[in-house]
Structures are given as C-alpha cells and as structure tokens.
Design a protein around this ligand. Structure first.
Ligand SMILES: NC(=O)C1=CN([C@@H]2O[C@H](COP(=O)(O)OP(=O)(O)OC[C@H]3O[C@@H](n4cnc5c(N)ncnc54)[C@H](OP(=O)(O)O)[C@@H]3O)[C@@H](O)[C@H]2O)C=CC1
Ligand SMILES: CC(C)=CCC[C@@H](C)[C@H]1CC[C@H]2C3=C(CC[C@]12C)[C@@]1(C)CCC(=O)C[C@@H]1CC3
Length: 329
C-alpha cells in the first residue's frame, strides 16, 4: 500500500524541497500538500509533476492560523485517507522581523560569534498580532493550529497496524529563555518566533509520552539557516545574494548555514523511513552542511525538563477545550 505523507506549508521553501526529495527517494508515496493558498499549492503540484511525472499528489486547503480552516481541512483528510503515515508539521511564520545591527556588529567581535550565526540569538525581534480566534498569530500558526490538526486526525494517525510519524520543523532559534509557561503564547515580548519553536520541543516530548503506545511518534528537526521567503522577510533577496560569499565563509564556522531549501530538508528526509524505535524523544535532528557543501544529520539533546513539557501539554489541552467551546458553543 502507498504510504500517505501530508506536509503543511508544502508550496514553498523547505516544504517544497522536501516534497521533491521525498519523491526522488520513493516515487510510490502519496503526497498531500496541505496549504493555505490553493493557487500556490497547484503551482507547487505542477512543478513537482514536471520533475516526477508519475507522482501521486493531492492537495488539501488548510490555514493553520485559523481554527475553522483546520477543522475543515482535517475533516477532509479523515474522509480521504484511512491512514496517514507521515505528517510533516512544517508551515511557519516569522512576521515583521527586525534585525538589531548593533547586536550583530557587537556579536562579530565577541566570543559568541559562532553561536550567534548558528542560532540568530539576540539578533531578531518580531511584531505579533491577535488572530480572529483571539490567539497570538505566531503561536497559533507555528504550534496550536498544528496541534489541533493532530488532535482532529488522530483516528487516521493512530493505528495498531504500524506506527505513524509526526515531524516538526523547529529551529536553532528555539530558546528556553524566550519561552514562559505563564505567557506561552508570548503576548509580552518580541521573540514570539523563538518562543513558538521552543514550545514545539516541549509539545513533541509530551506527544510522545501520550501517544507512543497508540502508535504515533513525534520528532523535531532544525533545518539550519535557509534562504526562503521567511529569510526574504528579514532582508530583501538581492541583499542575501550580494552577501552570499560571506555566507559561504560563515559556513566554515558553523554547519548550520545550510542555505538552500534542498540542504535544509536533509534531516526531514532522513527521518522518513527511519525505524521509530531508533528515535529519541528528547533529541532534535539538525540538517547540517559542511564548508565543502556536504550534507549530513546531527542530533542534539533538547534543553528542557520533562516536567515543563507536561505542564505545557496541560495548558495546551485546556486551551483546546476553551477554543472548542467557542467554536461549537
Ligand atoms: N528559513 C529558515 O532559515 C528556517 C526556517 N524554519 C522553519 O521552516 C518552516 C518552513 O519555512 P521556510 O521554508 O523557511 O519558509 P517559507 O516561507 O518558504 O515557507 C513557509 C510555508 O508555510 C506556509 N504557511 C505560512 N503560514 C501558514 C498558514 N497560516 N497556514 C498554512 N500554511 C502556512 C507558507 O505558505 P504561503 O506560501 O501561503 O505563505 C509556506 O508554504 C517554518 O516552520 C520555519 O519556521 C526553521 C529554521 C530555519
Ligand atoms: C553576514 C551575515 C551572514 C549576516 C546575516 C546576519 C543575520 C541576519 C543572520 C545570522 C544568523 C541568521 C539566522 C536566522 C535569520 C538571519 C540571521 C539572524 C534565523 C533566526 C532564521 C529563522 C530560523 O528559524 C533560524 C535562523 C538562525 C540563523
């Protein structure tokens, strides 16, 4: 039977590169592009069909920043598939990013220069807003919409006849100090992206604890720094192209400058087909590119305590209840 692979945010960047690479690895899969914009999804399908003419590709419209859309999309997935083998939770935003050039210049002459390039720590702030659902946009898009999606399609994800895998696109920018259990949506602060990506680590650990026995396994990936639409929101594309030689030099310092979506998708692809017994819930998988341009996967321990993961899980379950009450009074 064909393996069913659903990917959110599949129409561009790392998501689209992952689709290309999955089809090259296994042309027998059924790929489902879960995107918010149908025209962009169609364009992505056309591009994928050009390179893989016999590919089996479906589309489902899901805006993970809208509960209504998630519920509608999830219903469609439940009706369309008996089982989903892989769910890549990849869609993500970093709205209105601002670089602190002062921090960048200071960082260049400090001992933290390598970690600054690897994680972007201290260099970026964002401006978040409240969605129609009354949630912080970054939290809802990067985390909560995806969580609701998982909950809604649980019946097709959890089965006795073989495991299913959830694979989150997190970030090296995920930082414990940007996250607070008392402000898990990051209402107060300007690092909503970093906070949401840290929340992803906490959630993945909790999902493993609650769902492994039901056959569902969750992993977290850091794709490194990749030049995609997300990066073009930070600086225009022509500036990135202009400083490309500098970025290749930075690659000599840190293997996290993967730069191309193809390279960034390395760890996401590596997890496809991996035996779930070999995965460690408390580990993140990083796409890495060496100075010579070779790709490989590295793992690192998550910076968390299981107790915080449990507490966050309880909070997200409470929020789910609240949101469901509002949606279906
Ligand atoms: N670029 C980088 O350096 C890094 C990126 N990441 C993460 O990788 C993931 C992919 O981003 P990347 O490929 O870089 O950037 P892109 O902007 O190219 O891709 C983001 C994808 O997410 C989709 N998306 C955004 N908001 C929503 C929404 N509300 N509902 C459904 N889909 C949505 C976008 O759709 P649309 O085209 O309609 O906007 C797009 O397909 C993100 O989670 C990002 O945080 C992590 C580490 C580094
Ligand atoms: C000379 C040069 C390379 C300048 C660029 C400086 C910064 C704009 C980048 C250095 C590290 C980058 C980075 C990200 C954004 C751009 C930088 C801060 C991310 C935060 C983008 C989104 C992620 O998920 C992680 C990235 C980590 C590294």
């Amino acid at each position: 039977m064909r393996k069913v692979v659903v990917i959110t945010g599949a129409n561009s960047g790392i998501g689209l590169a992952l689709c290309e690479r999955l089809l090259s690895k296994d042309d027998q899969i059924h790929l489902c592009l879960a995107c918010r914009n149908l025209q962009r999804a169609e364009n992505a399908r056309t591009a994928l069909m050009t390179s893989h003419p016999s590919a089996d590709i479906g589309i489902v419209q899901i805006d993970v920043g809208s509960i209504k859309s998630v519920l509608r999309g999830a219903k469609e997935l439940r009706e369309r598939y008996k089982r989903i083998d892989y769910l890549y939770l990849n869609a993500g935003i970093m709205p209105n990013p601002r670089i602190s050039f002062k921090a960048l210049i200071t960082g260049l002459f400090s001992s933290k220069v390598i970690s600054m390039f690897a994680t972007g720590e201290g260099l970026l702030t964002q401006e978040d807003k409240v969605t129609e659902d009354g949630l912080q946009e970054v939290f809802e898009t990067n985390i909560f919409g995806h969580f609701m999606l998982i909950r809604e399609i649980e019946p097709v994800l959890c089965h006795a006849d073989g495991p299913s895998q959830l694979i989150w696109t997190s970030s090296s920018n995920a930082r414990r100090s940007a996250f607070s259990l008392t402000d898990y949506q990051h209402v107060n602060g300007q690092e909503s992206y970093s906070s949401s990506k840290y929340a992803m680590d906490l959630l993945s650990v909790a999902l493993n604890k609650h769902y492994n026995q039901q056959g569902m396994f969750s992993s977290v990936v850091c794709p490194g720094f990749v030049l995609t639409n997300l990066a073009y929101g930070i600086l225009p594309q022509f500036i990135w192209m202009f400083i490309m030689p500098i970025m290749w030099l930075v690659r000599l310092l840190t293997n996290t400058f993967t730069l191309s979506p193809y390279n960034g998708a390395e760890a996401l692809l590596w997890l496809f087909g991996r035996k779930v017994e070999s995965l460690d819930s408390l580990v993140k998988y990083h796409s890495c590119t060496s100075g010579l341009g070779n790709n490989y996967v590295q793992s690192s321990k998550m910076d968390l305590e299981e107790e915080s993961s449990d507490l966050f899980y309880q909070k997200i379950l409470d929020l789910e209840k609240e949101v469901r009450k509002k949606t279906n009074p």
